[in-house]
Design a binder for this molecule. Sequence first.
Ligand SMILES: Nc1ncnc2c1ncn2[C@@H]1O[C@H](COP(=O)(O)OP(=O)(O)OP(=O)(O)O)[C@@H](O)[C@H]1O
Ligand SMILES: [Mg+2]
Length: 340
Amino acid sequence: MFQKILGWFSNDLAVDLGTANTLVFMRDKGIVCNEPSVVAIMRDTGKVIAVGAEAQRMLGKTPTNITTIRPLKDGVIADFDKTGEMLKYFIRRVHNRKSFISPRIVIGVPSGITQVEQRAVKDAAQASGAREIYLIEEPMAAALGVGLPIGEPSGNMIVDIGGGTTDVAVISLHGVVYSKAVRVGGDKMDEAIVNYIKSKTKILIGDRTAENIKMEIGSAFQMGDGDKAMDVKGRDLVSGIPKTVTVYEDEIRDAINEPVIVILNAIKIALENTPPELASDIVDRGIVLAGGGALLRGLDVLLKEETGLPVVVADDPISAVVYGVGKVLDDLDILRRVAI
Ligand SMILES: Nc1ncnc2c1ncn2[C@@H]1O[C@H](COP(=O)(O)OP(=O)(O)OP(=O)(O)O)[C@@H](O)[C@H]1O
Ligand SMILES: [Mg+2]
């Protein structure tokens, strides 16, 4: 009861700690932070000088004494200290310090993170002044966020395609019946685009340019006449001089085919490993796609063609996890069931 009264006065926070983006949700306020998971630091001292969007703008454009890093990479925490500092920064910024009670914080973390990584995330949240800290697995959060009936005795398949990882999970009765994470997501597609352009034109483009190409003209399945084109700037590897080249939709689809196939295969393996009763539910309800990668054009169509199952892209796939975590904030019963 006392805990409940405390809750009324505090600003509890739901956090999606993603490799590409970190989102924070507050009850009554909605999403109060949506920023890239990037930190800029001084090379010599390691001091953090910028976080989030501000640090992102520096990415690849920094003078030699500053470097920008993504502390979470491939769905794991690559740099504990910087992940902690970043989380602390975001939490402090959104948390209303006038509130006299420290918040309860629920954080969505990549499925299958180690105990040591869990500790690191909790420590960071603690350092930012949290009262109680809970972790929940991202696929569970995503399923809740898109409104799947995860408490029912039926199979729900959610595929969360993030920057660093793709999580495929089958959920029933508040539990994960099957889950598989592959360390392939949007980042691997960007890398594939950089490599393709490098080998074809001998021009080196940056990761952000590659991401723009993916969002503008990238696709997993030929949707229209396939002749979208885009001019991109990079550095000529032979002459060292900046240069513009034109890239086409079809070639970009070929370039990212490999990571797309890895995602497809993860889904096929999940389907093969789903108990028959639950599999039949998935045949009826289909597969729900969440995460920013779900926005890749034609991905839903490709998956539909390849699996023969209905495939639905969540309404707001990038926010699915944080909305799911937000739902858990308000429901202690679900929280106890799904917290790691
Ligand atoms: N329109 C789009 N088309 C293709 N990809 C997109 C689009 N919009 C965003 N993305 C990609 O989605 C990815 C980010 O998704 P999201 O924010 O869900 O990742 P994350 O939660 O931070 O990562 P993870 O879940 O792996 O920790 C990036 O790779 C981004 O390039
Ligand atoms: Mg995510």
